[in-house]
Design a protein around this ligand. Structure first.
Ligand SMILES: Cc1ncc(COP(=O)(O)O)c(C=O)c1O
Length: 366
């Protein structure tokens, strides 16, 4: 061991554990057919318009990208009816989460409030800044407990992360709950509404939209991504709605070319592909309904999901069920790595993939 001065808070962090890659499972288990239902990707694939834009942009990649991502931000601004200044983009929303930590956290006494379990990358922003992470358990409905989260906010709280829908449970908080939460906390606390799965839940009665909050609450950040409904997870583009002041701060903190040239072109094209978006949301709804029903029929307790995955309490450790599914070429997520050992999280696949999943799960649980 050398004595290089790695900070103790970094040594205490656990690296992110992504869903197993398809090729790895094929190699390890000698399987031809492997279906990945582990990372909440789009089973339809990317928008064909995005793929065409990528091909067109390919012969420009000897050039640096536009550091201001002008065309993409302009398209987002038009799409959402916001001034461009209030739209920031990142190398996936993962990067935006990281940057939020860089911008708002600095002192050891600073506190970050998250639900538990929720998206694990929020924790990293607190650990990296060596400040305090305050985890608030979900309520009995497996939803973020906003009153309990408001109750732990104090003068040291800098950031609160609200994933809506929440990952890994797929559950949502409602507009009235969010309004009460915002009214209960100081306006100096930055509230990140992470809407990575927004388009799947959009239209649900009472489901809030961060756009309705950012004008009245400059401390609210609305964050979305091209990785889910838009099928561009591999190219890494996320974006956020922010106040002018936060936009300025991001511009100071971010890397000069944080969204690559291909990503900018693909995301702009995908944003205009409403057919692909509609098909994605419809396919997801069909799959979710079938999977929810199957879990119930098999005696498990699925949580009401509004995202492109579903989590169910199997009433027994999920790890052996995860392993048995893996042997059949189905990659899912065992809840033990997400803080819920009896739960299995499964992304919605194509109609055919959902059928195969239900068939195999029935053989294991039935
Ligand atoms: C709630 C939530 N936020 C953010 C992300 C990160 O998405 P991106 O691919 O944009 O980095 C994910 C990815 O799974 C997520 O579930």
């Amino acid at each position: 061991m050398s004595n290089v001065p790695i900070r103790p808070n970094v040594l205490g962090m656990t690296p992110y554990s992504p869903g197993k890659p398809i090729d790895e499972v094929k190699r390890e288990l000698g399987l031809d057919r492997v279906i990945k239902l582990a990372s909440n990707e789009n089973p339809l694939g990317p928008s064909p318009k995005a793929v065409a834009a990528i091909k067109e942009a390919a012969d420009q990649i000897h050039l640096y990208p536009d550091g201001s991502a002008f065309l993409l931000r302009e398209a987002l601004a038009n799409h959402y009816g916001l001034p461009m200044k209030q739209i920031i983009v990142g190398n996936g929303s993962d990067e935006l989460i990281h940057l939020l930590g860089m911008v708002f956290l600095g002192a050891e006494t600073d506190e970050v409030v998250v639900g538990y379990p929720s998206f694990v990358r929020y924790d990293a922003s607190a650990y990296l800044a060596n400040c305090k992470l305050v985890r608030v358990p979900l309520n009995d409905e497996m939803r973020l407990d906003l009153p309990a989260m408001a109750a732990v906010v104090n003068e040291n709280t800098r950031l609160v992360f609200i994933a809506n829908p929440n990952n890994p449970t797929g559950t949502i908080v409602f507009e009235d709950e969010l309004r009460n939460f915002l009214a209960a906390i100081p306006s100096s606390v930055v509230v990140v509404l992470d809407e990575a799965y927004f388009e799947f839940a959009d239209g649900t009665p009472g489901f809030p939209n961060s756009l309705d909050f950012i004008r009245s609450h400059p401390n609210v950040v609305g964050m979305r991504t091209f990785s889910k409904t838009y099928g561009l997870a591999g190219i890494r583009v996320g974006y956020a709605f922010v106040s002018d002041e936060i936009s300025d701060a991001f511009d100071r903190a971010r890397e000069p070319f944080n969204v690559n040239l291909i990503g900018q072109a693909a995301a702009k094209a995908a944003l205009g592909d409403t057919d692909h978006l509609r098909q994605t949301v419809e396919l997801n709804k069909r799959g979710l309904d079938r999977m929810e029903k199957a879990f119930v029929e098999l005696g498990a307790k699925p949580f009401k999901s509004y995202a492109n995955f579903i989590m169910a309490d199997l009433g027994r450790p999920a790890r052996p069920v995860f392993e048995a599914l893996l042997q059949k070429g189905l990659i899912t997520r065992s809840g033990d790595v997400l803080g819920m050992p009896n739960c299995l999280r499964v992304s919605v696949g194509t109609d055919e993939e959902v059928g195969i999943f239900i068939e195999e799960l029935t053989k294991i649980l039935g």
